[in-house]
Design a binder for this molecule. Structure first.
Ligand code: ADP
Ligand code: RBF
Ligand code: MG
Length: 382
């Protein structure tokens, strides 16, 4: 108790936010990977997704050097850059915002919380990238790139400069970062740092962060002295409806057997891209089975930390008692709300109890008009 109250009293409250761009607000990685995949094949090399781990959070020069060296490319870093940047610029308009980014920016701006964008990317590139996201530029009172300070992250320079320009003490700033160099930079600056790792299963690398969250949807600004989000309804967060469907396939064979909770799995191959785009976590919505009707549904998307799966799967539990299995049948899902991040549990009983709690939250929420209306969505009975 003493330790808890000590750490509480040590927790600093923030009055402004310093935020990173690539990997935190926008999914730059997706476009970069696409380009590198094609570019490297010209040299007879194959882009290795794991390489992404090594370049997140680096300055453009460091990232280019890493790629040229790791792939043993027969060109210099300058030549690589002169070929890479035009390709990248041409694709900048395809870089999507990450889930919760737009919501976060509008929320903080709406409450008059000063915000700075501090990125290892160059000032010019930052400006181009955010120009594709309506209204973002005006939400930041300060924008600063690594070409405007002597050293990029993990040096604290960017954040120190951003705080200075906002006229705040770095200790009053909340830094939001997806990369390890970025987290280190924020801590070195003396700020409070929230890590939102952009690559899955990397939480262990972020030990110096004040908190590690799974996605921006899980950010609780009030924990850090900032205004709370007001869009949660009865412990659920409405999301842009997401529709997926396909034949029910065999899963790990443990849903009903081990947990007493059957989950009708969909093939992840058909939804690979969307799966990457959606943060793992517990969601809910409506499920349509062609010959059986429409049912409430609660599901997890992710790696099931309790079982430590290596594959990200979709696990929908239809909230209805069926007298038989329905493998092979067409299942359509419309996912309308978010409940919580996936978690690990000390025992199977506690995992099962939590899933039943999720079921109750989902069942109640789906009766609210804003969620109930999707029951009649034509997608479910197509
Ligand atoms: P698997 O690992 O193959 O997915 P589960 O033990 O999770 O096996 O059981 C899922 C299967 O159980 C579904 O594919 C479906 O055929 C059947 N099933 C029966 N009732 C339900 C339900 N309420 N929700 C989901 N699936 C159900
Ligand atoms: N697995 C976890 O490891 N952690 C979770 O937090 C978790 N939450 C779930 C929530 C719901 C609503 C459902 C249906 C499943 C959840 N599971 C979770 C997944 C469960 O482990 C999975 O369905 C089984 O492993 C079956 O493959
Ligand atoms: Mg299953």
């Amino acid at each position: 108790i003493i330790i808890m109250s000590m750490s509480n009293s040590l927790k600093k409250l923030s009055s402004c936010v310093l935020i990173d761009l690539d990997g935190t607000l926008i999914n730059t990685d997706g476009v970069v990977s696409d380009i590198l995949r094609k570019y490297l094949s010209k040299y007879g090399k194959q882009w290795d997704g794991r390489e992404a781990l090594k370049i997140v959070g680096k300055t453009p020069l460091e990232a280019a050097t890493t790629i040229v060296e790791d792939y043993g490319l027969p060109c210099g870093v300058d030549e690589f850059n002169s070929e890479f940047y035009p390709l990248f610029s041409a694709q900048m308009d395809k870089i999507k915002s990450l889930p919760g980014a737009n919501r976060l920016i509008r929320h903080l701006n709406g409450h008059g919380v000063p915000m700075a964008l501090a990125s290892n990317s160059s000032r010019a590139n930052i400006e181009s990238k955010i120009s594709y996201h309506q209204g973002w530029k005006d939400c930041f009172s300060v924008i600063i790139g690594s070409d405007e300070v002597s050293k990029g992250k993990p040096s604290p320079d960017l954040f120190l400069q951003a705080a200075r320009k906002l006229n705040r003490d770095p200790g009053e700033c909340l830094v939001i970062e997806d990369s390890v160099p970025g987290v280190l930079a924020g801590k070195a600056a003396g700020a409070t740092v929230i890590a939102v790792p952009s690559l899955p299963k990397q939480t262990h690398l972020y030990t110096s962060a004040d908190e590690v969250i799974n996605s921006l949807l899980d950010l609780k600004p009030e924990k850090w002295g900032l205004p709370p989000f007001q869009d949660w309804i009865e412990n659920t967060l409405p999301i842009d409806p997401w529709r997926i469907g396909g034949p029910v396939i065999k899963g790990f064979g443990r849903g009903s057997k081990v947990l007493g909770i059957p989950t009708a799995n969909l093939s992840t191959k058909d939804y690979a891209e969307e799966l990457v785009e959606h943060p793992s976590g517990v969601y809910f919505g409506w499920a349509g089975l062609a010959t059986r009707g429409v049912f409430k549904m609660v599901m997890s998307i992710g790696w099931n930390p309790y079982f430590n799966n290596t594959e990200k799967t979709i696990e929908p539990w239809l909230l209805h008692d069926f007298t038989e299995d329905f493998y092979g049948e067409e299942l359509c899902l419309i996912i309308v709300g978010y409940i919580r991040p996936e978690a690990n549990f000390p025992s199977l009983e506690s995992l099962v109890a939590k899933i039943h709690e999720d079921r109750e939250v989902a069942e109640k929420a789906l009766d609210l008009p804003s969620y109930a209306k999707f029951k009649d969505d034509p997608y479910l009975t197509k």
